[in-house]
Design a protein. Sequence first.
Lengths: 384, 388
Amino acid sequence: MTMSRNSRCLPITLIMISLLAAGCWDAKDIDQRSFVMGVAFDLNDTDDTLVMTVEIPVLTSFATQTQSSSDARSLIAATTGTSVTQMATRFETRTWREQFFGHTQCIIIGEDLAREGILPIIDYFDRNPRIDRRLTLFIAQGEAGQIFHVKNPIESLISIALNQILNTLTNTTRVVKRSFQESLRDLESNGDTVLPRVRGTETEVVIAGGALIKDYKFVAWLGENETRAVAFLYNSISGGVITVNVDNILYTYALRSASTSIKPMLKDGLLSFKIKVRSEGDIIEAFHKGPGGTTNFDLPKIEAKLNQVVEEEIRHLLAKLQDFKADPIGFDRLVYRHNPKYWNEHAADWKEQVWPQARFEITAEFNIRRTGILEQVTVYESKE
Amino acid sequence: MKARNKLLTQEVTIIIVNMILGVGTIGLPSSLAKTAGPDGIICYLAAVALYFVGTVLIIWLAQRFPNQGLADYSSYLLGSVLGFVFNLVFALYMISVVSAVVRRFAGITKIFLLQRTPLEAIIISMLFAASFLTRNGLEPIARSCQILLYIFFIPFLVTPFFIPVFDLGEFLPLFQSDFVTIAKGAFNAIFALAGIEVMLVLGSHAENPRGLMRPALLGISIVSALILVLIVLAFGSLSVSQTAKLTDPVFEMFKFIPVPFSIFERIDIFIFTVWIASTYSTIVIGLFTASHHLAEMFNLDSGKGFVWPICVAVYFMSLIPGNEFEVAEYSNVLVFMWLFLVYGIVPLLLIISLFRKPPDPGRQKRSSKQKRRKQKKQTRETTGGAVS
């Protein structure tokens, strides 16, 4: 009796579960979505609206093995509007496929728009639960939308290429690699950060240098050496090379590891920061133009020169940041953490008065571990 | 084979861990960071300390009346009328807790996973799935919770090694908040920790009720440590200011974890699976506690018959809050009720029990068994020995 009742109930229960627990409302096949790989924002030249450009891969062109040169691998579409949501929804009038930002690799903001403020742009993405927070926020030198129009014969999608370049660029240390999450972390702290700079030519995209953001607004470009100093202070260096001139020989030092510690010091009411950079690495090249001979490596001298170069770069960067009254590194956070009482007294006038007056004690300690497989420097000796 | 109706010692720990881990865990780092900044950790530790005291009180009470549920001994201690009212309020409280959990689960699922699915459909499907296990009794629940616990542990153990950014400085400066702020933060943390009150009902089902304290405290310790790990990871990786801003920072933290060798593009979907499983176990235990408590109130052998009516009540109650802010207010009311129950009613019952000697343990159980035996005998006599 009981068994037969159970055997009747079980199929009904299973059917009910499969119907009710399936969540079919949200079923969306992959071909019903437009995967937005990159988004760019610019100011509209004609009125005060914004221009949103998206790069969407043409999935069918990736699926087919045979590819003719005329087949487009991506669709670049642009629309105008007054807010990001408005522009994103306007794309729906052109395609029935839903715009999906879950795989977006980069957000590029044009220089002119960034000068007016990046907060309204990033709010949409910060609020969107489907966004991958590992994407990168770029500031474009010139128009951001044009970056997607670069015709690189090797790269199918510029957004992917930008992401890949940034991942390999750590070897040059001339760019700050910050994910969206890390950028938000800086921005929400005090509104300042450094974002990677991108520019496009006809056939290639270049990521080098940085854009200084102060109070969510772009204020200045940072050169490649300045950006390297930022990378040291962000403690985000995992590799790269530094070339120094010692006795007319250019020594290229490859960073194997680097770490930076920053400690706020408060003495007699005066605020200073003790910055210590440590690095280990190898000499991978000794470049010499003039007459020379075979000499031994003067490692202490090369190390001293490396220390000097990096110290000067950091000092120069900090002076620039103080001039702009911008604190993208987060020195304010350090003061708040280590001297909360002092911070509470000076929080209101930090950027305007305290930060520009801060002093720094910078020391670099570079250690050369190897010189490749050669023990000596061999240079061409002129017979004349 | 009939399912056993007793909880083994290790199952007590498992039930407690499964009951506490759930919807509240995900949003806890945010509410702590919002209330007290880096001192959120202190708030959490204060809440845990408070929680340990509450656990000891609840288990003491349960131990004083081994083999008896809350419905039995509360009527005995408070008198039948007051006891009945209290039991009814407790049942309502448990139903409200399940409603709040279901509603928060549905709200979060709608934001992150099923954006177009109506809230009602998410709630119904979860209640349907939960009621299925609940109706099967205590042993299957304990076994399922045991399996689910392994699923929870893996991400907890693995995640710390894959967090790409972790700044210890985020925990500074400590002890900057005043007492009121710490108390507020601790109050917020209580919702995420609430759940031990189920032992008032389920404690009587422990195989060894006298030794209930150890597994209960172990369960609380495990779950407190797991939640602490999540808070520390959220603060250190997302920063305190970001954690405060996000509604569900733990999910965002997992989204940021790079997957080694790019095996998967994103791992957050696995975390959602774990989270749904943990919420499911909370709902199942909550439903079982409520139904079983009602069964004890009305002297029934099983609460199976109450499961569906409770699910209907939970469905309608979970739809009362109009938006997420009202859900938060609803949760706050439940925290007040929890505090009143654990630090008001439970100590009161304990004090009364000092003056009113606990009845012979198992007397009631024995009497009900005798009643059943008598009924069986009568049936046998009337049917001439044939029993179906």
